[in-house]
Design a protein around this ligand. Sequence first.
Ligand code: ACO
Ligand code: AKG
Length: 379
Amino acid sequence: MTTNRIITINDTTLRDGEQTAGVAFTAEEKLAIARALAAAGVPEMEVGIPAMGPLEQEVIRAIAAEDLPSRLMVWGRMCASDLEVARQCGAHIVNLSVPVSDLQIRHKLGKDHRWVLDSIRRFVPLARDAGLDVCVGGEDSSRADLDFLHQVLAAAQAAGARRFRFADTLGVLDPFATFDRIKALRAESDLEIEMHAHDDLGLATANTLAAACAGATHINTTVNGLGERAGNAALEESVVALKHLYNMDTGVDPLKFPEISDLVARASGRPVAVNKSIVGANVFTHEAGIHVDGLTKNPANYQAFDPAEIGKGHRIILGKHSGSSSVIHAYRDLGIELSEDRARRILPRVRNYAMAYKRPPGFRELMSYYLESSRPAAS
Ligand SMILES: CC(=O)SCCNC(=O)CCNC(=O)[C@H](O)C(C)(C)COP(=O)(O)OP(=O)(O)OC[C@H]1O[C@@H](n2cnc3c(N)ncnc32)[C@H](O)[C@@H]1OP(=O)(O)O
Ligand SMILES: O=C(O)CCC(=O)C(=O)O
């Protein structure tokens, strides 16, 4: 794939990420996360919801006062009171959200299509007059009628919005349907299109990539995939996958991911699973004999991408699935060269230890197996 397109990341760790049930960042944590995202080259971030009240507004203003190189977005409902507070926060962009599925329009707001289109025509120009760039946030876009969505985008563009956010609010799309929807909208509109995916079916990143391939210009991400319910598309997965699969550049520095991931894990109180793609502690750790053998012959045999890209390296551990190459490798790390034959004699001890204790043998055990393997077998 030779794309080389640029995709703009709009990271929403500080808005949808913080909507994770039970998560509440302090002002200092929000500032630290904003600084870290900006330092990593994240070009846009959604930093909060002014309608939540004065404390939230104060934090957003504090982030704005940092004059970071990233553009700041705030989230609000498409109504006068939310717009009024949004305009006072020093952000560059306001996301004015309005449900676009018939279900939510009727059963959440008790309104109809005409009300949605009239609201867009009314509030987008007001936000523009307040000096804000406008993204129309289409809540529940994935369950919306496609013809109506075309009308929403047309109304948004005519009213002066620069962007439409396609929200798969409940994470119910798959990558094929996402591709088709975004392609259809792209074909009929010149607006920027931002994909906002949720991970209820484990497809947030896949759907985000599909949207990028179909012509979305912007994607929402969160650090560690934090976010409402099962979370959003993970920043680190999206950036690395866009680059490796599609040669799409985001300008975000992957070397910063381990540090940002730790920061957000601590601030959110949501530890990162050891097997979490890209940033999990064990995703470059290998035990299986065939993998370790292949890896030590040539890392390309068993790596999706070079862990050095995020400042990490491969780690080999001994365990139940080790082979003799793993044993040779482990002893070489201790400065001991083992013959193949001796490694094969030590291997059962390694496996038994791992099965008994559910961890790799340590230095003491390895030295004892080594000494034992030098003795002649008892007759
Ligand atoms: C899919 C998403 O993630 S959308 C973002 C959701 N995020 C949050 O809700 C977090 C922050 N929310 C809050 O702090 C509060 O809910 C507030 C300040 C926004 C509103 O608080 P309250 O005024 O107490 O209302 P409450 O939360 O009980 O109910 C939401 C109201 O917003 C209305 N509403 C929801 N979406 C919209 C919209 N896009 N446009 C206009 N009104 C809307 C609902 O109909 C309901 O009003 P109603 O009670 O008159 O029917
Ligand atoms: O309307 C929007 O801006 C999208 C809000 C959101 O977070 C969602 O729908 O999941």
